[in-house]
Design a protein around this ligand. Sequence first.
Ligand SMILES: C[S@@+](CC[C@H](N)C(=O)[O-])C[C@H]1O[C@@H](n2cnc3c(N)ncnc32)[C@H](O)[C@@H]1O
Length: 282
Amino acid sequence: MSTLTATASVIGEDTFRQLRDFIYEKTGIYVPDNKKYFLENRLSRIIKEKNFRNYEDYLYYLKYSSNKQDIARLFDAVTTNETFFFREPQQFEVLTNNLIPQIVKENSQMGRKDIKIWSAACSTGEEPYTIAMILLEKPELVSIRKEIYASDISESVLMSAKRAMYGGYSVRNIPPQYMAKYFKDSGGIYALSDMVKSIVKFMNINLIEEREVKQLKGMDVVFCRNVLIYFDDKAKKRAVSLIYDVLRPKGYLFVGTSESLHNVTRAFRPVIINKVIAYQKV
Ligand SMILES: C[S@@+](CC[C@H](N)C(=O)[O-])C[C@H]1O[C@@H](n2cnc3c(N)ncnc32)[C@H](O)[C@@H]1O
């Protein structure tokens, strides 16, 4: 690493392409040619903090460093972590009213007394905790084991998810009865109750790494929302086929409401329930 303090704020074309390809190989996130400014914005702080002379030196360092923290820092920098509780609520209504009763019935026919849901790019935890609260509110799940797995590639969002302290923006869509029951307000910071936290297990999983995804199996439902939009088609196909393997037969996958798996896979059957598309494993 260079000790020179002067930093270049602009990435050269060749370095941009190499950095972009490096990020893509590691994460599936594809930065198009016209988004060089995106990498300049996201990486400039690392360049300054670590005293790299320029992006070329940083790229070289990344390529030959065996330090996992450097890669983790890169993942933190290039991911977009926007999320909030009860985002795209129609999907949660379908989960509650349609899928849960069906899953409980099918699982009990198989001798299973559990329900397993995976939030596959959970960011700071709002999505898996929303699911957890919904499950806790379902009377038919009282004697059913509730397992929620929540994962992300970014270690910093996972740390924040485990803390489970939220600001007003995150909680703005939470129905008042959930707010009163599951949160404690300490001066505008809302602390989630241990009851909800206890049924969510956080993991660091990269959606394009088979070895990492394979730690999970037998999921009834997977939420993989608002992450595949950052991938190119090849990476989307890879992630979706790994998710396929993690689902139990006839399990369901939700992607974001603005996303579609139309050209990505034929292994799922799109099922429309109350205007919501759920992708069922066939
Ligand atoms: C915009 S957030 C979506 C959060 C939540 N699913 C939602 O819809 O509100 C996208 C998340 O995907 C994560 N992500 C990006 N690439 C990933 C990868 N290859 N594997 C796992 N997570 C990834 C990011 O770190 C980020 O937290």
